[in-house]
Ligand binder design. Structure first.
Ligand code: UDP
Length: 432
């Protein structure tokens, strides 16, 4: 059995043979297609997490896939973090100089990556950081797709207008939820993200391993545990989580862990982390851990050891931490926002909350009723198995690529024997 076949069979055992067969059927039409993913960090955050699994799986299906990470000075990432906040609805000050720097880095990176990007059959650009590459590659031949991972439902319009100038040049764009799409002159697709059940973050761990990791962190494995794993970012509301825990701890005893690391493209993390550490100082049973980017096993162990996982975000593109926790059979108390609402089916796979008080109430309830926790956790795992595993995600990408190159956004004819056409018949942007 080839390595690729072995990999696919492993996925079939968890996700079901049907899920793998569907991917294979679609991939057959795309065999040999050159696909390049571009994002802005190799580690930290959900996009890098997905690409680490998606790239090998697409390769195993017979596509030629590579992953490029754009580089830039720290000031560039300061600017793109402002973009990120603005697109999620916050008013930001972006000066002409900021926009110039953003464009200059994109231009320089377009030159560095020109050969690969101009030759690719499909270029998938993730998020706003590398979105302007397209502008500086007029000789491109393939299909360009913009994949937006953030909550674009209520953007701060001056920044969206700036970005939109190039997004219209893409052949298609992808969002995690329908609410995030914008009026654009090309087909838009809704594809929620996913997790890889075999990654270090999600694979099964022996109970002794979980126990040891907890001990090493200075936690008491015999006591109740509530966890939020997140980058230290104001939108993840770490202070709100702390407030919720303190309210609930008046009635029921448990340890709260707020754990997270940074991402190379997120310069704000250290400041927020310091703020959280200050707020937690002197508080019993509240633990704040800064994790290195490769701490996947620690994240896995914390999620497995938790009685409840929180993700009390105020805005959230999707929230892979929610998916990861659900896959481990945990009920999630999540902020009623963005992609968390697709995953947490209120009262079934967890609870949706809007305030620290609401979160506190749900923590008390779930810690009190063990049977309820177990029942919700089981439903949560099955919900992820059916909807949010990497196999479904890759299938959707392949279907999208086929529909873009067959020129039919809403119907795929797999049985006609018709081949996919690349490069595009009409290179360049779709008609406005
Ligand atoms: N993550 C991690 N270490 C951390 C914080 C987060 O490995 O210290 C991972 C987390 O497990 C998840 C991803 O980074 O896989 C975060 O994705 P999510 O969609 O939750 O949020 P984002 O950071 O992309 O806003």
């Amino acid at each position: 059995m080839s390595g690729n076949q072995g990999l696919l069979e492993r996925y079939a055992r968890v996700a079901g043979a049907e899920a793998v067969a569907q991917m294979q059927q679609l991939a057959e039409k795309l065999r040999g297609a050159r696909v390049v993913h571009v994002n802005s960090t190799a580690y930290g955050g959900g996009v890098a997490e997905i690409l680490h699994s998606m790239v090998p799986l697409m390769k195993a299906l017979g596509l030629e896939v590579s992953w490029e990470v754009i580089q830039g000075p720290p000031e560039f990432f300061e600017v793109t973090k402002k973009f990120h906040h603005a697109l999620q609805g916050r008013r930001v000050d972006l000066t002409e100089d900021h926009l110039r720097l953003y464009q200059e880095v994109n231009q320089k990176e377009a030159e560095r990556l020109a050969d690969k990007l101009s030759e690719a059959d499909f270029v998938i650009i993730h998020d706003p950081q590398p979105a302007y590459l397209i502008r500086y590659l007029p000789k491109r031949r393939g299909y360009w797709i913009w994949r937006c991972h953030i909550d674009l439902s209520r953007p701060f319009y001056p920044v969206w207008r700036f970005l939109e100038k190039v997004i219209v040049q893409y052949h298609a764009s992808i969002y995690s939820m329908p609410e995030f799409s914008q009026p654009l002159p090309h087909p838009q697709y809704i594809i929620p993200p996913s997790i890889d059940p075999f990654s270090e973050k999600n694979r099964e761990l022996a109970p002794e391993e979980v126990f040891r990791i907890l001990k090493d962190l200075g936690l008491d494995p015999s006591r109740r545990l509530v966890v939020q794993i997140s980058r230290f970012d104001p939108f993840k509301d770490p202070l709100g989580v702390m407030r919720a825990a303190e309210l609930a701890q008046k009635f029921i005893s448990f340890q709260l862990v707020l754990a997270g690391g940074g991402a190379a493209d997120d310069p704000e993390g250290e400041r927020v982390y310091q703020e959280v550490v200050r707020a937690a100082r002197g508080k019993k049973d509240i633990y704040v851990f800064k994790l290195p980017p490769e701490a996947h096993r620690v994240v896995n162990a914390l999620q497995r050891a938790a009685d409840i996982v929180l993700q009390k975000s105020l805005r959230e593109g999707f929230g892979l931490t929610v998916t990861e926790a659900m896959w481990k059979g945990k009920p999630v108390i999540g902020g009623a926002t963005g992609g968390i609402r697709t995953q947490v089916v209120n009262h079934h796979t967890g609870f949706l909350v809007n305030t620290p008080e609401g979160a506190a109430l749900r923590i008390r309830y779930l810690l009190f009723y063990e049977e309820k926790r177990r029942e919700m956790g089981l439903k949560a795992r099955e919900f992820v198995r059916q909807n949010f595993l990497i196999t479904r995600h890759v299938r959707d990408y392949l279907a999208l690529m086929l529909s873009v190159c067959m020129g039919s956004p809403d119907r795929l004819e797999l049985e006609t024997g018709e081949a996919c056409v690349w490069p595009p018949v009409e290179p360049g942007p779709p008609p406005l």
